[in-house]
Ligand binder design. Structure first.
Ligand SMILES: Nc1nc2c(ncn2[C@@H]2O[C@H](COP(=O)(O)OP(=O)(O)OP(=O)(O)O)[C@@H](O)[C@H]2O)c(=O)[nH]1
Length: 348
């Protein structure tokens, strides 16, 4: 008797749309589902792993050295194989898999893996492709990036995030555009990832017929996805604490100058005077700095920042962030206190 296949949900959506926010909700709510998560990030240093609020019984596997839809697809096949083997041996206990793709992934080749690779097809069944669309930036992303269009076109459900930041008219206009690209997928608003799981898990929504209609070679040729070469990422890692005021002002100046090209930026920041990690999140002009968990008392403290964008001047970004390193000998206690006072008035 064949064992039932493990349902898989592919979670996609353009850079910064709200995929990790949704995943965090799913991982932190007591819904009773046992989920193994595969997380794939754009950029050589992953930040999302640090941002995930996982429960100890959840399996989270991270793939960072490339995009799941092309260079690391073999890794995906390998990881899925290992998960299935450990589950069969009773070493792991999960009943479904959720894969978060990078914001630049084409979901078609990821979906294809579940039909074309015999080992994967034996153990897994693709349940649905869920695409998160950012209500603030979605329209511009659809205009400028074919990846954003592919993600919407291939979706079985579209989750519309950040509707709290747009007017009813803007939301309506974007929904109309999304319907024009994909008439099948229901559009469901989500506020900071809050959604009814029954609408996205175990919905048996993926249709091979539709996939073949969209991609006639779906079952025959491995689809080669071409990334937009203009989109690049770099990361900055610093072990010295940063001056809160100079970091805030320097970052602000970079955002002011390059917001149009800055598709995504995020990081964990070590600010002088703070016992807590500071999390940076941004998409174009929309930036947030929030306090997160405290640093471990004896553990290393460092800042790791990732910038993803088009034609970003990496050297200038490095120089500005480097200039925020706290110069303890040059900065008197008085100026530090003054900086802290200003920082207290900032929104984090
Ligand atoms: N206002 C508002 N912000 C949101 C909402 N959902 C997500 N965000 C914010 O959007 C930013 C990006 O969210 P993430 O969940 O990290 O986005 P992502 O799609 O995982 O990003 P990448 O993995 O880098 O592509 C974060 O600052 C979130 O707090 C929402 O419904 N409303």
């Amino acid at each position: 008797m064949s064992r039932p296949q493990i349902p898989v949900t592919v979670l996609t959506g353009f850079l910064g749309a709200g995929k990790t926010t949704l995943l965090n909700r799913i991982l932190s709510e007591p819904h009773g589902h046992r989920i193994a998560v595969i997380e794939n990030e754009f950029g050589e240093i992953g930040i999302d792993n640090a941002l995930l609020k996982r429960r100890s019984d959840e399996q989270v596997l991270v793939m960072n050295n490339g995009c799941i839809c092309c260079t690391v697809r073999d890794d995906l096949v390998r990881i899925l194989g290992e998960l299935a083997a450990k589950r069969a041996a009773g070493e792991l206990d999960f009943e479904r898999v959720l894969i978060e793709t990078t914001g630049l992934a084409d979901p078609a080749p990821v979906a294809q893996t579940f039909f074309v690779d015999p080992g994967v097809a034996e153990h897994y069944a693709l349940d649905a492709v869920i695409t998160v669309v950012d209500a603030v930036h979605g329209m511009a992303q659809l205009d400028a990036h074919h990846e954003a269009q592919d993600q919407v076109g291939f979706a079985d459900r579209i989750l519309l995030s950040k509707t709290d930041l747009v007017s009813a008219e803007q939301q309506e206009e974007l929904s109309t555009r999304l319907h024009e690209i994909n008439i099948r997928a229901p559009i469901i608003p989500v506020h900071f990832g809050k959604t009814d799981l029954a609408q996205i898990l175990d919905i048996d929504a993926f249709s091979l017929d539709i996939a073949e209609a969209l991609e006639p070679e779906f079952l025959h040729h491995f689809h080669h996805h071409h990334h937009d070469d203009d989109v690049q990422s770099f990361s900055i890692r610093l072990s010295e604490p940063l001056s809160p005021i100079r970091f805030r002002l320097g970052l602000g100046s970079l955002i002011d100058k390059y917001s149009a090209q800055l598709l995504r930026y995020k990081g964990v920041v070590h600010l002088a005077g703070y016992e807590q990690r500071v999390i940076l999140q941004g998409v174009h002009m929309l930036m947030a700095l929030n306090l997160a968990e405290p640093w471990l008392p004896d553990g290393p403290r460092e800042s790791v920042l990732v910038f993803i964008g088009e034609r970003l001047p990496e050297a200038e970004f490095r120089a500005v962030i480097d200039a925020a390193v706290l110069r303890t000998d040059a900065e008197s206690d008085a100026s530090f206190d003054a900086a802290m006072k200003i920082i207290d008035e900032l929104p984090f």
